[in-house]
Design a protein around this ligand. Structure first.
Ligand SMILES: C[S@@+](CC[C@H](N)C(=O)[O-])C[C@H]1O[C@@H](n2cnc3c(N)ncnc32)[C@H](O)[C@@H]1O
Length: 420
């Protein structure tokens, strides 16, 4: 089965997201509407019963950020003792993931990225280092804090980027649907593969987790995701959930001041296949652009997963059917009471002039240099890119050979035709 990592990349300018929320009380009047993950009521989750996505109520958002901090009702031990702090949390302090009316967040803006899986056999993917964003303009800052959903012109149609048209001549062992094992281009693998993949591979993580404030003080990282103490926890390799959000058009992330943007690495595709629709016929192939999933305004519980230098969760890009998705998967068994952590990478923190406050270190610290967390270990970003390119090369060369053969066949046919 081909596997690719998604690299979580964080691209945004510094944010002040380290400060505690102004209010830590959640009540039933906090309204959170369920949306599909594009915000356009169209996307692909039908048939998946436990998926819940939320739009954070804009007025609540403003309310939270404009009010001065109130005292915290429950104190948690900080940093390394995350699991014990989690189990000591009171009900008031926790939001059950199944209770959207109690869910809330702080007004943070940031950009992220994900590890990538590709559809190329053995293809392990890592993303190039994130571009450094310019300081946002006033207009950009205003747009980022705008309470209304992004202008619809900013949002690609749901079928656009996550449903990538795969190169038709990547065949046989090259391209698999992770669900059915068929080649998407065979026509037999379709959107149902995505649904089935979710239904069969994902554990019902939503029923095992809750979101609550992390330990106040030095290691305060806002809200975090914890495994319920009365649950069985997760096993290594469990698929926990999909990173949901608004799909941004290429380049849009550069102007956004969002702390929630995940990057889905590009895949090889046929030139002209834009957003899963064949636009022109062309014999050229290219690596499809990265896709950005912004969970600042639309998303699910995965947006609350904090970063740690030794994470227990990894972000992968999976391909099921023609759908690519960023998924969170447990890299080790995760016990009840533990907080879920994914590794954001150093770039995230340096771009925001933040120190990592993860429990792996008793002091605020800078995460490991230029690394991404792939396959249970840290790897140098450049090495990962090089090895990814190395892995892609045979597939690209095969494509070129196939194109050449096809061209020659066509020319022979034409010649025969002319002779007649
Ligand atoms: C994707 S959000 C995670 C959820 C967030 N804690 C919240 O309350 O919405 C990323 C933000 O959480 C905080 N954060 C997460 N991990 C952190 C860490 N290891 N050190 C410091 N801040 C962290 C930062 O403020 C960061 O911008």
């Amino acid at each position: 089965m081909p596997k690719t990592r998604a690299t979580k990349k964080f691209l945004s300018p510094p944010s002040s997201s380290g400060s505690p929320p102004a209010s830590d009380k959640f009540d039933a009047s906090d309204k959170f509407e369920a949306f599909d993950w594009t915000g356009q009521n169209r996307f692909i989750v039908p048939g998946v019963t436990r998926i819940q996505t939320y739009r954070v109520d804009p007025s609540r958002w403003t309310h939270l950020t404009s009010k001065p901090s109130s005292s915290l009702p429950v104190s948690h031990s900080s940093g390394s003792d995350e699991s014990s702090s989690s189990s000591s949390s009171s009900d008031n302090d926790a939001m059950d993931i199944d209770s959207p009316t109690r869910m809330t967040t702080r007004s943070m803006t940031h950009n992220g990225g994900a590890h990538t899986r590709t559809n190329v056999k053995g293809g392990k993917r890592s993303a190039p280092p994130p571009p450094t964003n310019p300081r946002p303009t006033k207009r950009q800052r205003t747009a980022a804090s705008d309470e209304t959903p992004s202008d619809s012109s900013d949002i690609l149609p749901p079928e656009a980027l996550p449903i990538m048209q795969l190169p038709r001549n990547l065949k046989g062992a090259d391209v698999f649907c992770l669900n059915c094992g068929r080649t998407p281009s065979s026509g037999k693998c379709n959107i149902n593969c995505y649904r089935e993949f979710r239904n069969t591979h994902f554990v019902p993580a939503e029923s095992k987790i809750h979101i609550r404030r992390t330990a106040p003080g030095t290691h305060y990282t806002g809200l975090g995701v914890y495994v319920n103490s009365d649950s069985t926890g997760f096993r290594e390799g469990d698929y926990l959930g999909e990173y949901l959000g608004v799909i941004l058009p290429p380049g849009a992330h550069e102007t956004l001041e969002s702390d929630y943007v995940f990057t889905l690495d590009g895949v090889i595709r046929q030139k002209g296949d834009e957003g899963g629709r064949r636009v022109t016929r062309s014999s050229h192939h290219e690596v499809a652009p990265e896709v950005y999933i912004d969970a600042a305004k639309y998303g699910n519980w995965t947006r609350f997963v904090n970063s740690a230098c030794s994470p227990n969760v990894e972000a992968l890009t999976e391909q099921a059917g023609r759908v690519r998705m960023v998924v969170y998967r447990a890299v080790r068994a995760i016990r009840p009471g533990e907080q879920l952590f994914v590794y954001y990478g150093k770039g995230y923190f340096t771009a925001r002039r933040l120190k990592c406050l993860c429990p792996d270190d008793s002091e605020p610290h800078t995460p490991p240099e230029d690394t991404i967390y792939v396959g249970g270990k840290y790897s140098n970003v450049d090495d990962q890119i090089a090895s990814t390119m190395q892995e892609l090369r045979p597939a690209l060369e095969r494509l070129k050979r196939q194109e050449k053969q096809e061209r020659e066949r066509r020319e022979r046919r034409m010649r025969r035709h002319r002779r007649k």
